[in-house]
Design a protein around this ligand. Structure first.
Ligand SMILES: Cc1ncc(COP(=O)(O)O)c(C=O)c1O
Length: 513
């Protein structure tokens, strides 16, 4: 059976999704010249779509010369599908007298992964969907003063083109901050980005070719999946242990990492050891050392996503992979997004100088440099001590919100679901009893004015439909309590319905016997 997954909720028409996925299978070599593909009727049944959807996708691929139908024999991948053969661009089909833009789009490459999460919550809803900072505590007045100071002092400089590796005053304050935290960082080992999302994109462009393999957690942050899918990178998923019990530790499964490294030529690992998104788990220090020992043995670099690490709510601080690294294999990416303001789009990468040299060129080709005003304002904000104070303040606020969420879950959830106990960050991961689908639960919960992120958004293989993520940082304690009370109430009702259904089926079975 072909690995095809259509998304009916996407704005991309189903036939375009199918066309793109089939084309991608051909280019990846999974479908080769002469291979027979299923008849449209058969594939329509398999995918649960109308036959015309498949017929339209096939018609497009046939007009591109990628497939050919032979009466009585079936439809086959064509010779012309050989990767380097140039086929004339298809004429854009016209619809209602205009160009059908969808038929001109490049292959869909998994960008949808992120857009599902960033969809706006209904007005007035209590939204646990996002893992984002609390905007009511943004120190707008301090930022205004910092911005004015920047305009007065260096207004002309920030309005000019700047260096691709970052605005020097920002690099300077970041180096001071990072050194005070114990990092051995110099100007040559630091590059400013438009946030961690861009850091992932630059690293992908610098290191990964189509078909290369990357290890990452499954579930994981969908933004990294969108980047890997776009680059045609093979993503190998490693499970995350969500429960710490006797003999188990939370965080990414190191045994699975080692197995994946043994069986594949892996180019790099991309992991979030602190307050992992979406599970909230943190990898203990002994496991970090073991992970580095494994990475060193296999000589595979680790990209450490450090975006949540400064948001520790409780427990002991754990050294980062970068701080523990003795083999120079760790590249750390970080950002102002969670500790300060995601709207300013500024982050950074710490890496060996030769890697930064390469990334500087890639960054230049991508967007020349990060917005200089945003960099200069954040430099001023950090230099004046506001960043440290803001982190301290929001850490306490998020810690109280996390406590409120845990208390509400303990008070309101019916027996059955379990949830993670993060020591910081912005999200808690809930596992409903097996057989429950959080997407269905969301329909009922949404009717009562509450929304969350279904767990399936974060998986790229073997999704666990009974999971969901609760982002708590952007919600006040009262809203958290109200939202969880509704969630618990709806879940209890759904569990009762299910129990009644099972009992009725059981009685019917007994009656039949
Ligand atoms: C794990 C992780 N990495 C990266 C990002 C993107 O961060 P930025 O806003 O710095 O691009 C996010 C945002 O939610 C995230 O959760």
């Amino acid at each position: 059976m072909l690995p095809l997954h259509l998304q009916p909720e996407s704005h991309v028409p189903l036939y375009i999704q199918l066309r793109d996925q089939l084309r991608a299978l051909v280019h990846a070599g999974d479908l080769r010249t002469g291979d027979r593909i299923p008849a449209s009727r058969e594939l329509a049944v398999q995918l649960g779509v109308h036959r015309t959807t498949v017929a339209n996708a096939y018609a497009e691929l046939e007009s591109e010369g990628l497939i050919r139908g032979h009466v009585g024999r079936g439809t086959f991948i064509q010779e012309a599908a050989a990767p380097l053969q140039i086929t004339p661009a298809p004429h854009p089909a016209k619809m209602n007298g205009g160009v059908r833009w969808e038929s001109l789009f490049a292959d869909e490459r998994g960008e949808e992964a992120l857009s599902r999460l960033t969809q706006a919550a209904p007005r007035g809803a209590i939204s646990f969907v996002m893992a984002r900072p609390a905007s009511e505590f943004f120190p707008v007045e301090e930022l205004r003063k910092c911005t004015n100071a920047v305009w007065r002092r260096e207004g002309a400089d920030v309005l000019q083109f700047g260096p691709s590796d970052g605005y020097p005053p920002l690099k300077h304050v970041l180096i001071e901050m990072l050194r005070s935290e114990g990092y051995d960082v110099r100007d040559e080992s630091l590059l400013i980005t438009d946030g961690c999302q861009q850091a992932l994109d630059l690293l992908c462009k610098a290191f990964l070719r189509p078909g290369d393999s990357v290890i990452t957690e499954n579930p994981t942050y969908p933004g990294s999946l969108a980047i890997f899918a776009g680059a045609r990178v093979r993503t190998l998923g490693v499970p995350v242990k969500t429960e710490a019990g006797p003999g188990t530790t939370p965080g990414v499964d190191l045994v699975a990492i080692e197995a994946a490294l043994m069986q594949n030529r892996v180019k790099m690992m991309v992991l979030t050891p602190d307050f992992h998104n979406p599970t909230g788990t943190t990898l203990p220090v002994a496991e970090r050392r073991r992970l580095l020992e494994i990475a060193t043995r296999y000589q595979v670099p680790v990209v450490e996503d450090h975006i949540y690490a400064r948001l520790r709510a409780r427990g002991e601080r754990i050294p980062s992979l970068k701080q523990l690294d003795r083999s120079n294999l760790v590249i750390q990416i970080d950002s102002f997004s969670k500790v300060a303001f995601p709207g300013l789009r500024v982050g950074w990468i710490i890496a060996p100088p030769s890697v930064i040299d390469r990334l500087r060129l890639v960054k230049q080709a991508t967007d020349l440099h990060t917005d200089q005003l945003a960099q200069a304002v954040l430099a001023e904000f950090t230099r004046r001590g506001h960043l440290a104070r803001h982190i301290e303040r929001t850490r306490k606020i998020y810690s109280a919100r996390l406590a409120a969420l845990e208390q509400a879950l303990a008070r309101c959830m019916p027996p059955g679901p379990t949830w993670t106990r993060p020591e910081g960050g912005m999200c808690v991961w809930v596992e409903l009893p097996p057989g429950f689908d959080s997407t269905e639960l969301l329909i009922h919960v949404r009717e009562r004015g509450v929304v969350f992120a279904p767990g399936r958004y974060f998986y790229f293989q073997d999704p666990h439909p009974n999971t969901l993520r609760l982002g708590f940082a952007g919600l006040g304690e009262r809203e958290i309590a109200r939202g969880v009370a509704i969630l618990g109430d709806v879940l209890r009702t759904e569990m009762h319905k299910r129990q009644r259904g099972t009992r009725r089926a059981e009685l019917a079975r007994v009656a039949l016997v």
